[in-house]
Design a protein around this ligand. Structure first.
Ligand code: TRP
Length: 332
């Protein structure tokens, strides 16, 4: 069976090193292999779950699109589109919603985490601040995946449960109506650990600890200098295990380079010096795509044309497939 890789990025922030290492880079690598069909999309409807600022949704979508293109996504090979340009996804979302047990959604980690926060803060309403969008998020994600019968879905560890839910929902549909959906599998790259941010927690927009991918060089240097280390002095040996700076470096370095840095740590390299090396190393890899990124941000028409073509190609799949799905459930 042909392998279909599909993944989405929620367009609610500015792409950072964590997104790059954990999602974008592996996806672009996949997309280059023969015998793999790949679908990459801007999950802008997912963005509405956490972001109610229209300008921010627009801006983030533009930045993320330009980022993928600047990093060399081959859009002749991969299908690259905006979720909101594929109305069939929203339609499938409803059909799947009617096949989804509420109890399944009750168990979603993301939802449960917010409920727990509410309970912990002594709030009388455990569902405070929770929209149906947040609650039903995994159904929309299932629609994204099942619409294109993806076999493989590269995601971060935090999304594994959503993939299990997508399988569950697909199975239920297949069992009740017709075997239309392929059961997707999560692909979690164990080597590309979740990158940690400036403060040592997972790099995430919600913690405000990110290093944006395409900040100007000076700013990149400044941010790398801010990565939390400890008070060990120059000359004192340092432990690379669990060290955020070392981990960030490793995400951009081959095994030889990592080995050399390991040795430098053992030899007591000063934090400032280590950071300078990390900056130069990462900057060298990012400077060409950064230039391309800036060009694309200045020419939104160019990006738009690529997305329009992507949507056309995606709809060559989604339109006929949705017709089949509608028929199976007795609509149309
Ligand atoms: N939920 C994913 C995230 O936050 C984004 C996403 C939306 C996605 N739809 C998807 C990822 C479908 C993979 C497949 O990272």
């Amino acid at each position: 069976m042909k392998q279909v890789y599909l993944t989405g990025i929620t367009t609610s922030g500015t792409p950072h090193l964590g997104n790059y290492v954990g999602a974008i880079r592996p996806a672009i690598e996949f997309s280059r292999s023969e015998n793999i069909d790949s679908f990459f999309f801007l999950a802008d409807y997912h963005a509405l779950v956490k972001c109610h600022d229209p300008e921010q949704v627009r801006q983030s979508r533009a930045e993320i699109a330009a980022t993928w293109l600047a990093l060399g996504l081959d859009t002749e090979r991969a299908t690259f589109y905006r979720q909101s340009d594929i109305p069939e996804i929203s339609e499938l979302n409803w059909i799947l919603t009617c096949m989804t047990a509420k109890g399944l959604m009750n168990r979603a980690h993301a939802y449960k985490a917010v409920v727990q926060e509410n309970l912990d803060s002594g709030d009388s309403d455990p569902d405070k601040g929770i929209t149906m969008g947040l609650f039903c998020y995994p159904v929309l994600m299932s629609a994204d995946i099942l619409m294109f019968n993806a076999t493989h879905v590269p995601v971060g560890k935090d999304q594994i449960q959503h993939l299990e839910m997508a399988r569950d929902i697909a199975q239920r549909f297949n069992h009740h109506y017709e075997e239309l959906f392929v059961l997707p599998e999560a692909v979690v790259d164990q080597d590309t650990a979740i990158l940690r941010g400036l403060d040592g927690r997972k790099m995430s927009k919600s913690y405000g600890n990110t290093i944006p991918l395409f900040v100007p060089e000076k700013k990149l240097r400044k941010l790398i200098m801010k990565i939390k280390t400890n008070s060990l002095e120059p000359g004192e040996p340092k432990d690379p295990e669990g060290n955020t700076l070392f981990e960030i470096y490793s995400a951009f370095a081959n095994s030889e380079e990592q080995e050399r840095m390991r040795q430098a740590y053992a030899d007591g390299i000063a934090w400032g010096e280590a950071k300078q090396i990390v900056f130069e190393h990462i900057n060298a890899q990012l400077s060409a795509p950064r230039e391309r990124y800036e060009e694309l941000m200045a020419k939104p028409e160019e990006v738009e044309a690529v997305l329009q073509r992507g949507a056309e190609r995606a709809r060559e799949v989604s339109v006929p497939f949705l017709a089949q799905i509608r028929k199976a459930v007795g609509i149309g």
